[in-house]
Design a protein around this ligand. Structure first.
Ligand SMILES: C[S@@+](CC[C@H](N)C(=O)[O-])C[C@H]1O[C@@H](n2cnc3c(N)ncnc32)[C@H](O)[C@@H]1O
Length: 347
């Protein structure tokens, strides 16, 4: 399994994913306690499974793969839109890059900081504390799970749709010997209510919080996910004295002729998820949530994100992605929100 000392030798560090595991040790190992021998994974590290070093870099499951690791020079695998403006109300001291300076590739620090700040903001909205048990949906390469486990002291069960991303995320967890606190699986977020019990590390493990960071606009449908999150949080063994919470960082795109037409061509963006902020709140209410709070963070997301991507010196597709986000923001009137809600006591 991943041995950072061995990976630092020879040309293995040419592989962005190998660099990622080395970076993980610098970022998180001090929080994980002794990790003498990494835990075995089913098939070994993903870059060793590939005969072509570049192959896993291009591996994709639909929309998402591994190549976005380039965006932070292999320092992290974050792929959320980022919160690019500091928030005085959010405790960022748990963000690794803001207080420990361990992010390699100085020019990528703004991206990593913005992504970490987004995780801190969603965790804050969810009321995450030390010991909180989290169901994390759409975790990508698992960066947010590592942050929640090591810096916030959470137990995490994660479900994400991309098998190749899940495989890399599990490698990262194993390399940090975190498998007792972080259990990551592949699966669809809309099945979180039926999926989590089989992943629970102990029979008394029940979720306090469901999170979805920059992912729910993909779900088929987001309303189904709200219902599944509610069911997970109200499972028989959950404590009625401590109503469960749901928190999301999410994209809201109004339903217009242009957006309905565009989304009907893109399977990863279901037309059913189009709608206003009021529609979003209505869906949460119908699913059984109350105390719904919506923070419109559009101006803290899109200017920073589009500026970073449009000026990115690497692969051209990232600059194209920057212009795509700019079009969502300016031409399609998309908003970006951080949303939190509590399970209704009366339900
Ligand atoms: C923009 S990426 C964000 C990844 C991660 N949250 C982060 O911030 O780095 C969206 C993620 O949602 C996942 N995803 C898309 N549809 C999903 C679904 N139906 N269920 C679970 N995960 C899904 C993708 O695989 C991808 O990892």
């Amino acid at each position: 399994m991943a041995d950072p000392a061995l990976m630092a030798q020879g040309d293995t560090l040419d592989h962005p994913l190998a660099r990622l595991l080395v970076s993980d040790q610098a970022r998180y190992a001090s929080q994980t306690g002794p990790c003498v021998t990494s835990e075995p994974t089913d098939a070994g590290p993903i870059w060793q499974q590939s005969t072509d070093k570049q192959a896993s870099n291009h591996a994709k499951d639909g929309l998402y793969g591994l190549d976005h690791v380039e965006l932070s020079a292999g320092a992290t695998g974050f792929m959320n839109v980022g919160l690019w403006v500091p928030r005085p109300d959010i405790d960022e001291t748990r963000a690794v890059s803001s207080n420990e300076g361990t992010v390699s590739g100085g020019e990528c620090q703004p991206l990593v900081r913005a992504c970490e700040r987004m995780v801190c903001a969603v965790a804050h909205a969810a009321g995450v504390q030390r010991g909180t048990r989290v169901l994390d949906c759409g975790y990508g390469l698992g960066d947010q799970c590592l942050l929640l486990a090591t810096k916030f002291g959470c137990g995490v069960i994660g479900l994400t749709k991309s098998p190749v991303q899940a495989a890399v995320a599990r490698d990262r967890v194993a390399a940090l010997c975190l498998s007792n606190r972080v259990v990551l699986a592949e699966g669809d977020a809309v099945t979180i209510d039926v999926a989590w019990p089989a992943l629970a590390p102990s029979p008394d493990w029940t979720p306090d919080v469901v999170l979805s960071i920059d992912s729910a606009y993909h779900y088929q449908t987001r309303a189904r996910f709200f219902a599944a999150a509610h069911a997970a949080l109200t499972s028989a063994s959950s404590s009625p004295a401590r109503p469960g919470r749901l928190a999301l960082a999410d994209l809201i795109v109004p339903s217009t002729f242009a957006t309905r037409t565009l989304f009907s061509w893109i399977p990863a963006l279901p037309v059913a998820n189009l709608g206003s902020i009021d529609d979003y709140v209505l869906h949460l209410d119908r699913a059984g949530f109350e105390a719904i709070e919506v923070q419109d963070v559009t101006d803290a997301v899109f200017p920073g994100l589009t500026t970073y991507l449009c000026a990115f010196p690497g692969a051209r597709k990232w600059r194209v992605a920057g212009w795509m986000w700019w079009a969502f923001w300016k031409a399609l009137a998309a908003r970006y929100v951080i949303v939190s809600a509590t399970v209704k006591k009366s339900v």
